[in-house]
Design a binder for this molecule. Structure first.
Ligand code: UGA
Length: 438
């Protein structure tokens, strides 16, 4: 039976490990973090992702192995690389983790007699496969790509909070690389795994660029609607959601990613935008549109601060409640979350911050410690507050009403997700994307 190794057990790697093993594939999931591996072996996921734990446990009952020992890839036929590619301080991509991972894979590849295919799922800037990854693998393994092993770019499009569904049912499979026997095998593998899903076969550079195209287009859609939402705020009675809903019905536009909000965050869109901008700049192209997309994103955040300053005056010692620090609902992930950025900005202005989040309190505490307060209930979060800001669209915030707002000292409500629209509220209400009736 074919053996699959998955290197890097983050959102992408652990979802893939769990889904493939739950389907009965012989899988070994590998990560350098021993503690993380020990947790996963017990069926505990290191982060919250709906359904992940359930699927992982099914896999563990079948053939799934988890280990920090890279030599286990020696007898694999397929190796997926799913390690992170974070950003450097100047926004460029940091390839140190992936280089180290493929270097170790290369050393072990020397002993692998199965002529395996290595799929790189990690997001890498165009040219990385040919210029960095392929040479490392060939040098360390003393083998030839295309002859002794296959190397294929296989970008991932899953979204956190629907990672399992997206892993089971991707909308496309991209295979980038040379047209060798390995590419044919890869195509067969994916046709069997995901029948009827389009498979795009292309070269490495194009596959690498497809990933950036995808994420930068999504960011562009968000900044577009955010820009419109700011204009709507100047039109009494205008509602950005009705506009989004309507233009979304035009198949050329499409309905997704048109929810105006405080800006895009998370571990992918901001980082990939910066990496693409950096790559364009060093390639001698001025990325005018991409820069504007980022600028609109930053302005969304500044806008929230301006409103609080306008309504509350000097922010020193003002009590501000942030509802939701996770970068989106149904996750505990706060990496590059707009709410975290916002808190930092308020702390600089000496405001007193209380946060509430159904899942992300622990991760938020790891960043801010004693510098802010953490409320277990929404009621406690609102108590004696001067201003509440709904940042993340957690379902429970839809229920907020006058009774709860009565616990506040001053009732300034900033609704970044228009969750309370249409309610009779006895508060000073401001919603992103809504033109106040005069
Ligand atoms: C994103 C992409 O959507 C995935 O396709 C991709 O695989 C992934 O990055 C990645 O490169 O790994 P993810 O980071 O999970 O996925 O988050 P998104 O669902 O894209 O949300 C990103 C941010 O945009 C969030 O802060 C969210 O609140 C915001 N957003 C999203 C909006 O403000 N409005 C929208 O309409 C959609």
């Amino acid at each position: 039976m074919m053996k699959i190794g998955i290197v890097g057990l983050g959102f992408v790697g652990l979802s893939l490990t769990s889904v493939l093993s739950s389907k009965g594939y012989d899988v070994v999931g590998i990560d350098v973090d021993k503690e993380k591996c020990e947790k996963i072996i017990k069926g505990i996921t290191p982060f919250y992702e709906p359904d992940l734990e359930k699927i992982l446990k099914i896999g563990l009952k079948k053939k799934l192995k988890i280990s920090d020992n890279f030599s286990l890839i020696n007898n694999c036929d397929i190796i997926f690389v799913t390690v992170g590619t974070p950003q450097n301080l100047n926004g460029s991509i940091d390839l140190s983790i992936i280089k180290k991972a493929v270097s170790t894979i290369g050393i072990n590849l020397e002993k692998n007699k199965n002529d395996p295919i290595i799929f790189i799922k990690s997001t890498v800037i165009p040219g990385t496969m040919k210029k960095e990854i392929l040479p490392i693998l060939e040098k360390k393994s003393k083998k030839k790509a295309g002859k002794d092993f296959g190397l294929i770019s296989n970008p991932e499009f899953l979204q956190e909070s629907s990672a399992i569904k997206d892993t089971k049912f991707p909308h496309v499979i991209v295979l980038g690389g040379y047209q060798t026997k390995f590419m044919k095998k890869a195509k067969k593998f994916f046709e069997k795994l995901h029948p009827n899903i389009p498979i795009i076969i292309t070269n490495h550079q194009t596959a690498e660029m497809i990933k950036y195209a995808n994420n930068s287009f999504l960011a562009t859609k968000i900044s577009f609607i955010n820009q419109l939402s700011t204009i709507c705020q100047k039109i009494p009675g205008a509602n950005v959601d009705d506009i989004a809903k309507t233009i979304g019905l035009d198949p050329r536009i499409g309905k997704y990613f048109l929810n105006a909000g405080p800006g895009y965050g998370g571990s992918c869109l901001p980082k990939d935008m910066k990496a693409l901008i950096n790559f364009a700049n060093i390639s001698g192209i001025k990325p005018t549109l991409l820069n504007a997309v980022e600028e609109v994103n930053t302005k969304q955040l500044e806008q929230i601060i301006s409103i609080t300053k306008q309504r509350l005056g000097d922010l020193t010692s003002k009590r501000i409640t942030i509802l939701g620090t996770a970068f989106k609902p149904n996750t505990d992930d706060i990496r590059d979350s707009i709410a975290i950025k916002l808190i930092n900005k308020y702390l600089k202005r000496k405001a007193k911050i209380t946060i509430h989040d159904p899942r992300a309190i622990k991760n938020t505490k790891d960043i801010f410690g004693e510098k802010i307060s953490y409320a277990k209930s929404i009621k406690n979060a609102l108590s004696k507050s001067h201003c509440v800001i709904i940042m993340t669209q957690w379902k429970q915030y839809e229920k907020l009403n006058n009774k709860e707002f009565n616990y506040m000292t001053k009732k300034l409500v900033i609704d970044c997700r228009r969750m309370l629209l249409g309610k009779e509220l006895d508060v000073d209400y401001f919603a992103i994307g809504l033109g106040k009736e005069k």
